[in-house]
Every structure is written in C-alpha cells, then in structure tokens.
Design a protein around this ligand. Structure first.
Ligand code: SF4
Length: 106
C-alpha cells in the first residue's frame, strides 16, 4: 500500500487533498516524465462516479496504486512500490490534466 496525497480538488473522490478511493490506476504506459502520466481513476465533480462513495466517506491514505508507467523506478509488475506518492493537478478538469508527481524515470 502507498500513502497517497492528491491536489486534484476537482475530482469527485478528493477530500481535503486526499483520495476516498481504496485503489487508483496511474496511466501512462510509455511515460518518461511525470506530465506523461495521469490518474486514470479521476472522475470530475458533478458528473457522478457511480461508485457509491458519498461526501462523508473517509479518506484512504493507504491506497492500492496500480500503475501502467512501466519506465518508473517504483513500478513493480504494474503496482506502485513507493511508500508515498503525490498526484498533482490542482485545476484539472479531465484525467489528462493530472499527473503522478512522484514518477521517476529509470
Ligand atoms: S485524481 Fe485520482 S488520486 Fe486524486 S482524488 Fe481523484 S481518483 Fe483519487
């Protein structure tokens, strides 16, 4: 499990700069920089996520992070092995405007 912080306040899962999901998926199969990654679990506020998570649900600092960014040093068989990561994208309105700020290219 990975400690997760997230600045994507426009995401329906975000609460107090943390994520209310138990798991996320970081996309960016051919990424070589942070900006080529994104949080594939992003869902814009107001669109409804169909996830059943309500606004009072607790945040999950310990999160299962799946990851397609095979070039990242923390990628271990499509799972993130970092102890702590940050997802960035303070003004993101879509997944492509988010990024894994902890990506480190091999
Ligand atoms: S952008 Fe990803 S990590 Fe951030 S709150 Fe949304 S689903 Fe969670």
């Amino acid at each position: 499990m990975t400690q997760l912080d997230c600045t994507v306040v426009n995401c329906t899962y975000n609460k107090d700069k943390s994520c209310r999901r138990h798991d996320i998926m970081v996309n960016g199969r051919d990424a070589r920089t942070s900006s080529e990654t994104c949080c594939g679990s992003f869902a814009p506020k107001g669109d409804g996520c169909g996830c059943g998570i309500d606004s009072t649900a607790a945040v999950h600092k310990d999160t299962h992070v799946g990851c397609e960014a095979a070039e990242c040093i923390y990628n271990d068989s499509r799972k993130c092995s970092a102890k702590h990561i940050g997802i960035a994208g303070g003004h993101a309105d879509r997944a492509q405007e988010t990024e894994c700020g902890s990506f480190v290219c091999q």
